[in-house]
Design a protein around this ligand. Structure first.
Ligand SMILES: Cc1ncc(COP(=O)(O)O)c(C=O)c1O
Length: 387
């Protein structure tokens, strides 16, 4: 791709040689590579969205509500139902996917001379938000079971004095959850840590990316519970995953209104189109249906993890990270994971080569897709061991 960019173009020096981010979008029978919810909207959702979008089309000569108040009310209602947390409209904010939420957080709180701190391995877009906003990106390594090295993170916070501490729960690509007591320790530490490149009495914001949180085990708390206690906490959510709405591009964040007001400074005018707002509002009228398969996908995850642990590679059981998400990181000792990926792909199964060397990630699909994944993986591993 990048060799097609003429060298006469004044592309930013730090972008020369960079590739656009994204997993392959291939037309294959079993697509388990981008952590989507595999269940399409029901006919009643399709009809509701079509009707509601139809009704706003005659107003498309006008700009949309840039404060997207009706949608923010819907986010509040959803979060109350999903997590039992009551929020004011001023405490939530939407954007085109949580990707855009995160970019806005970096635009508002990052910038030249500032740093963001995360825990690797983690979502591979984070360094790109940092790059695009001229923010430094530092990481601490997770423990060998991919849990957070809390002591390491607290030490790095003291050393780096980041303006953003970015934690992911469940984390991508590991699926591991961030325990609430660890988050509280990070939040407490953030109250007395300064920020490089900012004035005195400035402290880091702590962002918890909860893109996959609806897939957590029943009874597991969410960072939303701590919003009332910490004004520097922002919790990012999305309709893309459990809510089965990735194509609509709607993400949102819950935080103290001070943080939301900072995001309002950097957002594009009218960033959420009238069509996006109408589409999301229509879908929220069918929340039960949209979330209808989440419990099932959680069960599929548990069954698949159990099955994977029974498979072997060179005589040893496969490792599977403890996931509370809709995907599993598995393997741990694949010396040539690209080869396994290719062999699966040849047989119509697309998963993802991501995370530390030796590991691969598979997202939970429909039952028939998972059956094909299991059959194909077993076949491929057996074939490669024979070679
Ligand atoms: C951890 C995490 N956060 C955020 C996102 C972005 O999701 P979206 O922009 O669709 O809301 C993803 C997408 O895969 C993700 O894995």
């Amino acid at each position: 791709m990048s060799e097609l960019i003429p060298s006469s173009l004044p592309l930013r020096n730090d972008l020369v040689g960079e590739e656009p981010y994204g997993a392959p979008q291939l037309d294959v029978p079993v697509c388990l590579n981008v952590n989507e919810n595999p269940y399409e909207p029901t006919l009643s959702v399709v009809d509701e969205i079509t009707r509601d979008v139809r009704s706003i089309v005659p107003t498309l000569n006008r700009y949309p509500d840039r404060e997207h108040i009706a949608l923010r009310e819907a986010f509040c209602k959803y979060l109350e139902r999903e997590s039992g947390v009551t929020l004011e409209v001023e405490q939530v904010w939407g954007a085109n996917g949580s990707n855009e939420i995160m970019l806005q957080l970096f635009q508002a709180f990052g910038g030249p001379g500032r740093k963001a701190l995360g825990a690797a391995p983690t979502y591979s877009m984070y360094p790109e938000y940092a790059r695009d906003t001229f923010t430094g990106w530092a990481t601490v390594q997770r423990n060998s079971d991919f849990s957070l090295d809390l002591e390491g993170l607290l030490t790095a916070m003291e050393r780096e004095r980041p303006s953003i501490v970015l934690l992911t729960s469940p984390n991508n690509p590991t699926g591991t959850i961030l325990p609430m007591d660890q988050l509280e320790k990070v939040l407490q530490a953030s109250q007395h840590i300064g920020v490089e490149g900012a004035g005195p009495h400035v402290h880091p914001v702590v962002v918890v990316d909860e893109a996959y949180i609806e897939f957590r085990n029943l009874g597991t708390p969410t960072a939303l519970d701590l919003l009332g206690s910490y004004s520097n906490l922002a919790v990012s959510r999305t309709m893309s995953k459990a809510f089965a709405f990735a194509g609509a591009r709607v993400g949102y964040v819950a935080a103290d209104r001070g943080i939301i007001d900072c995001l309002r400074i950097v957002r594009m005018p009218y960033h959420l189109s009238a069509i996006t707002q109408a589409t999301a509002l229509a879908a929220f009228k069918h929340t039960d249906e949209q979330l209808g398969q989440v419990n099932h996908l959680r069960e599929v995850r548990e069954e698949t993890a159990e099955w994977l642990r029974l498979q072997t590679w060179h005589g040893k059981p496969l490792q599977v990270a403890a996931s509370q998400s809709n995907f599993l990181l598995f393997g741990g000792s694949f010396e040539d994971r690209d080869r396994i990926f290719e062999e699966l792909l040849k047989r119509g199964v697309l998963i993802r080569v991501v995370g530390p060397e030796g590991w691969m990630r598979v997202c939970m699909g429909k039952d028939e897709e998972m059956a094909r994944f299991r059959k194909t993986l077993a076949e491929v591993l057996a074939k490669l061991e024979e070679e």
